[in-house]
Write a protein that binds this ligand. Structure first.
Ligand SMILES: CC/C=C/CC(=O)SCCNC(=O)CCNC(=O)[C@H](O)C(C)(C)COP(=O)(O)OP(=O)(O)OC[C@H]1O[C@@H](n2cnc3c(N)ncnc32)[C@H](O)[C@@H]1OP(=O)(O)O
Length: 719
């Protein structure tokens, strides 16, 4: 709702009251319409201020209303009525003005913002465009190039940038509503002719066609198949080329297509899923709202390789005191230099001072004696990690949480090396750890709810999206990646090329296809793990057993490349050729293609033609099938956890909502049918055997994704 009061005798104050973010729900919109009517009808009111309660102006349209039968007054006429008012209306922007919230402010005649406020037309991130006049007013106010940048990215701007761009008229460090009221008093009675943005001519760039062609090309490239950014460009083009009323018609037309699209549903699902993962639970019944985290002031990082360096930077940037330990002299010296450089570059980007004094370095593990929490990031070797955990257990003060950054190893086994296994959890960061937003917090059967709550809270403090998951080989992300990588290799054996497989995945929306991604990460990483698992047999053996390991189909293709020293980008050769070691542009490699042909001949495989659909179905459905197993095993509490891990950690295209959401969009019955088909064709690939949970969900009528948690609970209780 919205409340109307009169302040300073002649200022009508309209306060949006819809906690927590004053979203423009039907009731709130009706409240605004009524309050505006009261303000304009009150002869004592000479000017008006619109603000939001609880320090936030407005979080935009109520996203929960999308996909329902929307009632109440629409936004566009409501904003037009405000703009058409003959009394000046001032928006008092505190906290956030996003989406429809900023559009509402753009309908006001003046905007006063608090210096800490953030503003943005964020609709594109929800698969929409600013359809309450935002695409038509913003370019008229700040020019086409700046508006295009804001609208196509949905980025948040600070109050200072908003002032510089001309979006707001005044920025204050004081009470925003008081300042806005003063402002409103000062403009009462003044002409509003030059204050109605919809009446401004849109500044026309000198060569409109060339500008929009260039922007469209860039946007298409970065959109990875998302349709909303393209529609945003089209809407802004309408502002630059058509009169306002026609531009508005175009804006509505484009919005109508987006509003009901699967992509908008996927992006809005991601919005809520990102928040839902914070409300974690464990199979023991422990939950986010009943587990109290401990506050962490001082943390340590053990091992300053690539991961350890990133983690140390992320901790320091979050304001913690950090003890960074590296016992190897060469790595120690190099790491100190690199960590400082990373902090300096980060600080320069943010325009702040680098928190260099937050980190102390040591070559002695005893230096961690007084920290509250340790993150171990030594080489991925169980024997080495065991030793570190045994040492930490004796060195650290009572109650110190011991965390491991392992990406796959058994967290419970590491806990068993310590005196207090309840203090041990996994904190699985993704490289580069100071940049990537995802953190898997891994609990073992003995991890205490407080340890999980503390790691989750620390993740949040570090700006991460943290997801609590159970302990198993590879946890959620890497466990699901295994069948995906395996399918890609099998496809190569059967006749595909890296270009075909990567092309299909990139068209689907991944930033990089599986082979380009492997070249970037380094092929030797997986090779070492496979060696450790006893899967690697040197040489190009022939005969049927050459492609079987531990009783199941195995492709040695990756091992054979590594034997040739082809480790990917770092050696200049992998699944592709690079101009020199370290180069990033993947080029077609004739050697690789002859190698694949030779391999197929040696193993008596007749290459067959395959299409993009088979590539996608085999890679993605194998991964999704493992996701269902993870849900069945209770390793992830719900589909949202898996989807957020894939969107934030594995570049799954957000506009497809994550693998489990995607499966629900494709239709569970179809996914099951295709898995059955591929399992019949390849009975030696266990990952293709449809998981029981998937079968049971289909048998129970394929409930929508938001009902899976409930359905899984019910299915479990029937066992
Ligand atoms: C004609 C149709 C036109 C549509 C145009 C639009 O306006 S689309 C909506 C555009 N708005 C946004 O993109 C803003 C989305 N919200 C945020 O970015 C953030 O929530 C915030 C406003 C910056 C506040 O962040 P904070 O970290 O303080 O809180 P949370 O993100 O945790 O949010 C608190 C709860 O509020 C729910 N929520 C937030 N925004 C909306 C919204 N616009 N509609 C409905 N609900 C919203 C959010 O989901 C949280 O609730 P949970 O129960 O925890 O999920």
């Amino acid at each position: 709702m919205a409340q109307f009061t009169r302040v300073s005798r002649s200022v009508g104050l309209i306060t949006l009251q819809n906690p927590p973010v004053n979203a423009l729900s039907a009731v709130t919109r009706q409240g605004i319409v009524d309050a505006v009517k009261s303000a304009l009808g009150d002869p004592k009111v000479k000017s008006v201020v619109i603000c939001g309660q609880n320090g936030i102006f407005c979080g935009g349209a109520d996203i929960k209303e999308f996909g329902t039968n929307i009632t109440g007054p629409p936004l566009v006429p409501m904003i037009h009525a405000i703009e058409a008012s003959n009394k000046p209306v001032v928006a008092a922007i505190e906290g956030s003005a996003f989406g429809g919230g900023l559009e509402l402010a753009l309908g006001c005649h003046y905007r006063v913002a608090h210096s800490k406020a953030k503003l943005g037309l964020t609709e594109v991130t929800l698969g929409l465009l600013p359809a309450a006049g935002g695409t038509q007013r913003l370019p008229r106010l700040i020019g086409v190039p700046a508006a295009l940048n804001l609208i196509t990215t949905g980025r948040h701007v600070t109050a200072a940038e908003a002032l510089q761009l001309g979006i707001v008229d005044q920025v204050t460090d004081h009470n925003t509503v008081d300042e806005a009221v003063k402002f409103a008093l000062s403009v009462a009675g003044k002409s509003l002719d030059a204050r109605r943005i919809s009446t401004y001519p849109c500044p026309r760039p000198s060569d409109v066609d060339a500008l929009f062609e260039e922007v469209m090309q860039k946007v298409r490239q970065s959109a990875r198949g998302a349709i909303a950014p393209i529609a945003c460009v089209q809407a802004v083009r309408a502002a630059a080329t058509l009169p306002y009323s026609q531009g508005m018609e175009r804006e509505q037309e484009l919005m109508a297509t987006l509003f009901t699209s699967g992509q908008a549903r996927a992006l809005q699902y991601c919005f809520f899923a990102q928040r839902a993962v914070g409300r974690w639970s464990m199979p023991s019944g422990a939950r986010w709202d009943t587990s109290k985290p401990r506050s962490i002031r001082k943390a340590a990082v053990i091992g300053l390789g690539t991961m350890g360096r990133g983690i140390a930077v992320a901790l320091a940037q979050a304001g913690l005191s950090v003890v960074a330990v590296e016992t190897q002299e060469k790595q120690f010296t190099e790491a100190k230099k690199m960590v400082s450089g990373m902090m300096e570059r980060g600080a320069k980007r943010r325009g702040t001072a680098p928190p260099l004094d937050k980190i102390t370095y040591s070559q002695n593990i005893q230096a961690v004696a007084d920290v509250d929490l340790v993150i171990e990031a030594v080489f991925e070797d169980m024997a080495l990690k065991e030793k570190v955990f045994q040492q930490l257990s004796t060195i650290c003060k009572q109650g110190t949480f011991l965390c491991t950054n392992t990406s796959a190893l058994d967290v419970d086994h590491l806990a068993s090396q310590t005196r207090n296994p309840e203090l041990v959890v996994g904190m699985h960061f993704f490289a580069p750890a100071h940049v990537m937003k995802l953190l898997e917090v891994v609990y073992g059967p003995r991890s205490s709810p407080q340890a999980v709550a503390t790691a989750m809270q620390l993740g949040k403090k570090m700006g991460k999206v943290s997801v609590a998951v159970g302990n198993c080989r590879g946890f959620v992300g890497n466990r699901m990646l295994k069948p995906y990588l395996e399918q890609a290799l099998f496809l190569l054996e059967e006749g595909a090329t890296p270009e075909l497989v990567d092309g299909a995945l990139e068209e689907f929306g991944f930033a990089l296809g599986v082979f380009k991604m492997s070249d970037l990460s380094g092929l030797d990483v997986g090779w070492k793990i496979r060696k450790g698992d006893g899967l690697v047999e040197p040489g190009l053996a022939s005969g049927p057993s050459a492609r079987i390991r531990q009783g199941r189909r195995y492709s040695p293709l990756g091992d054979l490349l590594c034997e040739q020293g082809r480790f990917g980008q770092k050696t200049g050769q992998g699944w592709y050729r690079y101009d020199k070691p370290g180069s990033r542009v993947a080029r077609y490699d004739p050697w690789l293609h002859s190698f694949l042909e030779e391999y197929r001949t040696q193993h008596g495989i007749v290459a067959r033609r395959m299409d993009q659909q088979e590539v996608l179905e085999r890679c993605l459905y194998a991964l999704i099938n493992e996701g269902f197993r993870i849900l069945e095993d209770g390793i992830a509490a719900g589909p949202e956890d898996i989807d957020i891990i894939y969107v934030f950690g594995y570049s799954w295209p957000r506009h497809r909502g994550g693998p489990m959401f995607y499966a629900s969009m494709v239709g569970l019955a179809k996914v099951l049918k295709r898995l059955e088909h591929y399992h019949q064709a390849h009975p030696d690939i266990p990952y293709m055997q449809p998981c029981n949970l998937l079968r049971r969900l289909v048998a129970s009528g394929s409930p929508p994704v938001h009902k899976w948690k409930e359905a899984i609970k019910k299915l479990r209780s029937q066992l």
